[in-house]
Structure formats: structure tokens, C-alpha cells
Unconditional design. Structure first.
Length: 128
């Protein structure tokens, strides 16, 4: 098991968005681990210490954000990690499904960077 201390796991398959998130969050002082698809995210969940927060896209190759939520919530060491969905899926049924399955918040793309950072910090403060 890796002893990396990651603050935020970002699972995002769009290169431009993952670059932006990594840049934004690193600038805010967070240690960020970017997974470029669902498989990389699943591998990270199995190999790194639980982060302070997971930021997940829904539509990704290999595993969807919904499948990742389910996996995180079943994993004893990770089940209290706050999860924020960051996705283009804006239909109420997707939002409800994510929240019912264990997501703590849901942000629709395109997002406001400042608002996203405040939401993430707030969730991490509550979980600490």
C-alpha cells in the first residue's frame, strides 16, 4: 500500500478538465492525484491512503462514477471520504442517483472554479 498522502483524488477522463482541476487544486495547496479514467481511479482506491475527498466524473471509460461511489462506500477505510460528483449530466435522476448512492455533493459542468473550491473545502472541513 502506498503511503502517499493525497488530499483529493480526481477521476476525470477529459484531459483539459483534469489539467484545470489539478492546476486549480494544487494552487490552493492540495496534494492531488489525477485518475484519467475509471480503471485508474479504481486502482488508486486500492493503492493509496484514503484522501480527504474524491472528485468524480460520471461518464468515464471502464468504470463510471456511480460504480466508483459504490466501491468507495463499501471499502471500510474509504467509506467516510466525502465524494463530490463533477459531471455534465444535469438531469435530476442522475443527481438523485448519485446522492442516494453516497455522494455528498453534485456539481454540474461547466463549473465555477471558485465555487467548486469552496464546496470542496467545506466538505473536507466537516469531515475532518
Amino acid at each position: 500500500m502506498s503511503q502517499e498522502n493525497i488530499d483529493i483524488l480526481v477521476a476525470e477522463d477529459d484531459d483539459q478538465i483534469s489539467y484545470l482541476l489539478n492546476f486549480m487544486l494544487t494552487r490552493e495547496g492540495f496534494e492531488v492525484k489525477v485518475a484519467n479514467d475509471g480503471q485508474e481511479a479504481m486502482d488508486a482506491i486500492e493503492s493509496i491512503n484514503p484522501p480527504k475527498l474524491a472528485l468524480l466524473d460520471i461518464m468515464m471509460p471502464h468504470y463510471t462514477g456511480f460504480e466508483l461511489i459504490e466501491h468507495i462506500r463499501k471499502k471500510a477505510t474509504w467509506n467516510n471520504v466525502p465524494i463530490v460528483m463533477l459531471t455534465a449530466k444535469s438531469q435530476e435522476q442522475d443527481i438523485v442517483k448519485a446522492l442516494e448512492n453516497g455522494a455528498n455533493d453534485y456539481v454540474v459542468k461547466p463549473f465555477q472554479p471558485g465555487e467548486l473550491v469552496v464546496r470542496l473545502k467545506s466538505l473536507m472541513d466537516k469531515a475532518a
